[in-house]
Design a protein around this ligand. Structure first.
Ligand SMILES: [Zn+2]
Length: 617
């Protein structure tokens, strides 16, 4: 507003201002947020006015005060901010967008330019027995280039209570089942029809599938009846190939109703034994799951790191199952339940067992006892060397030199294997392990005899110690072979330890210094006779190459042999150390494990013929 001599023209923002009758002027102009520039021109002069309209972007925020919340709580963060502004909050390194809400609140005048913005932040789940401070919440508001922030209260996550220690009682005990029928299936339509039956005639037979040896078919017990596929004398209806000598053929009738009565779950010397009564001794299959095959790793059944969470037992020709007993005393399983699966268009009952710890599983052995009850025995997984039963097989033996090696007589692979094995034996015993070392210095063992002896001694694990040989004189390094998926972790831990000696020490400053990446040849899948058994983990280790002169000289040196032995023991300890289960099964079962002896096998075993497919190389 104002007045001027109207003999002269005045312009506001280049628009001429007119005076009214009383000789003055008056008008209003809205200021936009930010810089406003106005000009007044009078005669030849221009006056510029710059007016900055400021905005208070943020008026307030919540929470203002420090708060403590339980883990997982959704904390509401809000701010009163200028309408149409952008509002975010930060807490604990996270940014949360706040959105305007229309709802009226008492503290905001609906006619004002302010509105409420809200967002939520979910706090972490918390730390056991420790409060977790997340810092303060800061709100950032931004409108037309005006940026403001307000810092409010801090957020602290309450400590999580200490979880109750899982009570697992490892002493020998039996939990009985009720026998109550919990599920049934209609008997097959072809029940009573004639069929040829293959009855398994020895325990722990090796069973193939259509592609040959497989770790995924269980070694069925003696007495198991299988229906032969029409026209075949070795293949069963369910796709198993039985080996001659492992079964007898007879004529019979197909069964109809076949009840499976679960009797009990027992803990014995740390092993879990599932006992059941089948009307008919029909086949089944036990598999750890999941197992992820990986063809990029060498070997026909190579897998990614074994981390199974469950064990599935799938039963053929069973039509009725009963309730499960409590697994609360099982060191291996947390729980179990019945389900059904469809395999090749046939519905089958499946028992699903949940492992207490993923990947902590040592295999299964299945037999019928004197009362005709099926015993499915899950080998214990001990968590230290103390009391562990370890079977060591120095590769080859009395009349089998193994690889000749570049250094010739006196330094054959056999001698190298034995010398290292003896050192491993000594070191394991010093740590409290019960060691059964095969006496290859004066005994010839058959191909499958070595692992049968391991079974007789209740092996917790089996290691066959070898040295490698290759056509390429420069081939170097360590590798370890497994066949059963649950043996893969052992192959890996032992191989990694032994390879580290070559790569970390021996190759330093030699022409092999650039071979470090390939010298750890890794855990590989292969079907050596000594790695086929499914009731305990077994591996075949190749320490180094006796076909390589440099490596052979290291391998024959007692000082280096001692280092290799130390590292093999460390690798076994790494393997047992995978278990974080609360107690050592062995501590409560001392008397029971005493049956695992260090007694040496008799020296009169026959020499089994070699088989081109399975050697102990
Ligand atoms: Zn060998």
């Amino acid at each position: 507003m104002g007045s001027f001599d109207d003999n002269f023209e005045v312009y506001f923002n280049e628009k001429q201002i007119e005076l009214n009758e009383v000789g003055n002027f008056y008008f209003t102009k809205d200021l936009k947020v930010g810089l406003n520039t106005f000009t007044v021109r009078h005669k030849s002069k221009t006056y510029t006015y710059r007016i900055t309209r400021k905005v208070e972007v943020l008026k307030s925020m919540m929470p203002k005060d420090n708060i403590k919340v339980d883990g997982g709580t959704k904390v509401e963060i809000s701010a009163v901010s200028y309408r149409d502004s952008a509002v975010t909050a930060t807490i604990n390194g996270k940014s949360i967008n706040l959105s305007p809400i229309d709802s009226q609140t008492d503290d905001i005048d609906p006619n004002s330019n302010y509105t409420k913005f809200v967002g939520t932040y979910t706090v972490p789940k918390g730390i056991i027995e420790k409060e977790q401070p997340l810092g303060k919440i800061t709100i950032y508001g931004s409108y037309m280039g005006f940026n403001e922030s307000i810092t409010g209260g801090s957020v602290t996550v309450n400590a999580l209570p200490k979880p109750p220690v899982e009570k697992v009682e490892y002493y020998d005990t039996t939990n009985k089942a009720t026998g109550e029928v919990v599920a049934t299936m209609t008997p097959p339509a072809n029940a009573g029809k004639s069929v040829r039956i293959a009855t398994i005639s020895r325990d722990f037979p090796l069973i193939r599938d259509a592609n040959g040896r497989t770790p995924f078919l269980t070694q069925l017990p003696k007495g198991t009846i299988n229906y032969l596929k029409s026209g075949s004398n070795s293949m069963t209806e369910t796709g198993m190939y039985l080996e001659s000598g492992d079964y007898t053929i007879s004529n019979g009738k197909r069964i109809g109703k076949n009840k499976l009565n679960v009797l009990s779950v027992s803990t014995k010397s740390g092993a879990t034994i599932l006992k059941m009564k089948l009307d008919e001794k029909t086949p089944f299959n036990v598999e750890a799951s999941p197992v992820v095959l990986n063809s990029s790793i060498t070997g026909p059944h190579a897998i990614n790191d074994f981390m199974a969470t469950h064990v599935h037992i799938t039963f053929d020709y069973v039509t009725e199952v009963t309730a499960l007993p409590s697994f609360k005393n099982s060191p291996m399983f947390k729980s179990g339940y019945w389900t059904d699966v469809v395999v090749n268009n046939t519905r089958k009952f499946q028992l699903v067992l949940e492992l207490r710890q993923a990947g902590i599983y040592s295999g299964v052995g299945c037999t019928y006892d004197d009362e005709g009850n099926l015993n499915i025995k899950f080998t214990r997984y001990v968590n230290s060397l103390s009391g562990a039963v370890i079977v060591i097989d120095p590769g080859h033996g009395k009349d089998d030199s193994g690889a000749v090696g570049v250094l010739g007589p006196g330094y054959y692979e056999r001698e190298m294997n034995l010398q290292i094995a003896k050192r491993v034996e000594k070191k394991l015993k010093a740590k409290g392990a019960k060691v059964v070392r095969l006496k290859t210095e004066n005994t010839n063992y058959g191909l499958h005899e070595r692992t049968s002896l391991a079974r007789e001694n209740n092996a917790d694990l089996f290691i066959s110690i070898h040295n490698n040989s290759a056509g390429d004189p420069d081939a170097v390094g360590t590798e370890a072979f497994y066949f059963t998926p649950f043996s893969q972790p052992l192959a890996k831990t032992v191989c990694n330890r032994v390879a580290s000696y070559w790569t970390g020490k021996i190759y330093t400053g030699t022409k092999y210094k650039d071979q470090r990446d390939i010298a750890n040849r890794g855990a590989k899948s292969s079907r050596f006779a000594v790695t086929l058994q499914q009731d305990f983990p077994s591996i075949l280790l190749e320490v180094g190459f006796v076909s390589n002169e440099f490596e052979h000289k290291i391998i024959k040196d007692p000082k280096h042999q001692d280092e290799f032995a130390k590292l093999i023991v460390k690798g076994i300890e790494d393997y047992f150390g995978r278990s974080t289960l609360p107690a050592k099964p062995d501590t409560a079962t001392k008397s029971a494990t005493a049956t695992a002896t260090t007694a040496l096998p008799p020296e009169t075993f026959s020499v089994a013929s070699r088989n081109s497919e399975e050697t102990t190389e």
